[in-house]
Design a protein around this ligand. Structure first.
Ligand SMILES: Nc1nc2c(ncn2[C@@H]2O[C@H](COP(=O)(O)OP(=O)(O)O)[C@@H](O)[C@H]2O)c(=O)[nH]1
Ligand SMILES: [Mg+2]
Ligand SMILES: [Zn+2]
Length: 343
């Protein structure tokens, strides 16, 4: 396999690299599957990488391997980084995937449909530097959950600040042909969303074969079972790559205030008219956001995420947070240059 087919570009080639380059196709704590020019290699990490305290390999990462041993020695600088705050009290970043061009945020149009969760995923997506696309899956059953796909798509599209919103049915294979058109050859997409949203079914439908274990829906409570164990990378017939990620139970933000605001243009626009510059839109006199009668759920969610980021800013590791912020600036400068900020 040529490295270009796996997403290798000049960005990585220009980084000084001794050893054999490869891309992490799956990451499971200490064990990694790495794709190289010479095929798939199961690898661990070197003592140096373990103790140097640098980036730990994540799925999608470009790494260098030793020529004589299946050992990862180094992680290449990342083009984009998909991360969340580690679950629990720890104030640390957890990298979910790296070097993603398009992030498919998947939600089923069923009992699990939740606009607040989608808003949260969009913040994560914008922080990552990848182009977010919302996939509303299970359009075939939407009606039986009282959801009108056309109406939901229109509403989300109005609020998504440029992110595409596509209704699909992975099971029926509807709408999937449009996905490949959003990526160029060698680009990488990832699927993120709750367990049971249909991510693995999307991978299987695109591959035209049963490669990913699909969760059975329990009849009793209709909740998809958690069946994906390792995240994995797939080569799509159209020449792009797709990462299937396990369902995330909880997504705490590891993001900058800029990433949050970039998904809430409507609130930001109105906020300019608020009497106080630092208006929190919660009962202040002369608040334009509240006067407009914006969807209370959306405004509440924005405030909740703002508080979460304030807390992160105060309690989080200052150095890490400033790195996160610096990365955001670099990514967005690069995107403006490449004219891809249209999302
Ligand atoms: N009705 C319907 N069910 C779907 C669709 N896509 C996936 N499912 C079902 O949803 C359940 C969870 O799918 P799975 O791909 O394992 O979800 P994942 O946890 O996001 O990977 C399975 O029972 C699928 O058959 C769809 O488009 N329509
Ligand atoms: Mg799955
Ligand atoms: Zn206000």
């Amino acid at each position: 396999v040529h490295l270009e087919k796996l997403g290798w570009t000049g960005f990585f080639a220009s980084q000084d690299c001794a050893g054999m380059p490869g891309r992490v196709a799956s990451a499971n704590r200490e064990r990694f599957v790495v794709w190289t020019e010479h095929g798939e290699i199961e690898a661990g990490v070197s003592g140096h990488l373990r103790h140097a305290g640098g980036a730990w390999p994540a799925v999608g990462d470009w790494v260098t391997l030793r020529h004589d041993l299946p050992v990862i020695e180094r992680v290449f600088e990342r083009r984009t980084v998909l991360s969340r705050k580690q679950a629990g009290r720890a104030m640390d970043e957890q990298v979910l995937a790296a070097n993603i061009d398009v992030l498919f945020v998947v939600s089923g149009l069923d009992h699990d449909f939740n606009e607040r969760r989608l808003e949260r995923y969009l913040v994560v997506a914008r922080q990552s530097g990848a182009r977010p696309v919302i996939l509303l899956n299970k359009a075939d059953v939407a009606e039986s959950y009282g959801l009108d796909p056309i109406e939901v798509v229109a509403r989300l599209q109005r609020r998504s600040c440029g992110a595409r919103v596509l209704p699909i049915s992975a099971l029926a294979g509807e709408g999937l042909a449009d996905l490949g058109a959003l990526l160029e050859q060698g680009e990488t997409a990832a699927l993120i969303g709750s367990s049971g949203a249909g991510k693995s079914t999307i991978v299987n439908s695109l591959l035209g074969e049963m490669r990913q274990a699909v969760g059975r829906v329990r009849a009793a409570d209709d909740r998809g079972r958690h069946t994906t164990t390792a995240r994995s990378l797939f080569l799509m017939p159209g020449g792009w790559l797709l990462i299937d990620m396990p369902g995330l139970r909880e997504v705490q933000l590891w993001a900058s205030a800029e990433s949050l605001d970039s998904g809430f243009d409507d609130i930001r626009e109105l906020a300019r008219e608020c009497r106080f510059r630092d208006c929190a839109h919660s009962g202040e006199p002369g608040c334009a956001v509240e006067a407009e009668g914006l969807d209370a759920g959306r405004l509440g969610n924005y405030r909740k995420m703002q508080r979460e980021l304030d807390y992160l800013e105060r309690k989080g590791d200052k150095r890490l947070m400033s790195e996160t912020r610096a990365r955001w600036k670099v990514i967005h400068k690069a995107m403006r240059k490449s004219g891809k900020e249209g999302w």
